[in-house]
Design a protein around this ligand. Structure first.
Ligand code: SF4
Ligand code: SF4
Length: 136
């Protein structure tokens, strides 16, 4: 698989879905915004652990998405920084095709180091084990 993220692109941020966050994400982004973790949780999160996620706004999928990109880019959540190396995307060619339909970075640029991609995917799986757990 080839991949190179396009500067200025926000298409993955506009996809319908939730941005789940880890404890580390919360601490990092709250520190970046100079607010406490409790305040960050009050302002931006909904759900309950281990499925805390960004609260959506009526007109956009993510509260940090601006017209010119991510306002917390340097400290963005693991879910965002690991895209498109999510377990479900790496798992099948069909998922990669579907993802490539909206992500112009897929199939462009240099070949991705598979070991590295699997490592990232493993981190996601570990962080969000509850979301990837098989249905009972
Ligand atoms: S946090 Fe940033 S990268 Fe993640 S969905 Fe929101 S705008 Fe996009
Ligand atoms: S859709 Fe793909 S190319 Fe665009 S910002 Fe997301 S990862 Fe990068």
């Amino acid at each position: 698989m080839r991949f190179q993220c396009h500067p200025g692109c926000i298409r993955c941020c506009e996809q319908k879905g939730f941005v789940y966050v880890t404890r580390e994400d919360i601490a990092r982004i709250a520190a970046y915004l100079c607010i406490s973790r409790a305040e960050f949780r009050r302002q931006y999160l909904c759900g309950s652990p281990p499925s805390l996620r960004f609260r959506k706004q009526r007109h956009k999928q993510c509260p940090f998405l601006l017209a010119d990109g991510c306002s917390v880019h340097t400290v963005k959540p693991l879910q965002c920084s690991s895209f498109p190396f999510w377990p479900e995307i790496l798992a099948t060619a069909d998922e990669r095709r579907k993802t490539a339909a909206y992500c112009p970075g897929i199939n462009r640029g240099p070949l991705v180091n598979l070991t590295l991609a699997r490592q990232v995917s493993g981190e996601v799986q570990q962080a969000f084990g509850n979301l990837y757990a098989p249905e009972p």
